[in-house]
Design a protein around this ligand. Structure first.
Ligand code: HEC
Length: 146
């Protein structure tokens, strides 16, 4: 069996060594535009559901492949079981090249080369892992609930 875990730990340790976490430098407004690359397959925000890929609400701190109602590849399940957890650092590595962490992932996305694009995107995704009130579409769902 391929050993994934040590590689991930090394990658996380390396990026954690820099003074500022990747996502803190990002601009979520710019990230929203970058997210259009992900939205054909992923949803975020109030009412987000699984599509081709799982929804990405609350992704920060989540173990990889942990939605029970989504059918992940065996590669992604194995990555989760061997310790992959989504944080700014691991998301950055994954989005740069999805096959770097999970060689046989079903996510067919070539990767975002620009570091700035990745930082902005991760800052945008972080909104959906924080207080629900800051979600960009929270207002809309409040009014439709009335
Ligand atoms: C062509 C469709 C497609 C695109 C485009 C895509 N994804 Fe995915 N994504 C998937 C699929 C399918 C999976 C499940 C992969 C697996 O099980 O191996 C996935 C899995 C993921 C996961 C792991 C989720 C979990 O619950 O563990 C993250 C994080 C993710 N994608 C982020 C992104 C981001 C960010 C983008 C845009 C830069 C993106 N994806 C673009 C299809 C896509």
């Amino acid at each position: 069996m391929r050993q994934i875990c040590p590689l991930i730990l090394i990658a996380v340790a390396l990026s954690a060594g820099s003074a500022v976490p990747a996502a803190d430098l990002g601009d979520p407004t710019a990230g929203k535009k970058i997210y259009r690359r992900c939205s054909p397959c992923h949803q975020v925000g109030v009412g987000a559901r699984h599509r081709v890929g799982p929804h990405l609400n609350g992704i920060f701190g989540r173990k990889a492949a942990s939605h029970k109602d989504f059918k992940y590849s065996r590669a992604m399940i194995r990555a989760g079981d061997t310790g992959l957890e989504w944080q700014a650092e691991t998301l950055d590595i994954f989005v740069k090249n999805p096959r770097s962490l999970t060689r046989r992932t079903r996510m067919s996305f070539p990767g975002l080369r620009s570091k700035k694009d990745r930082q902005d995107l991760i800052a945008y995704l972080r909104l959906f892992s924080e207080d629900p009130a800051v979600r960009p579409d929270a207002e809309q769902s409040v009014s439709s609930a009335e």
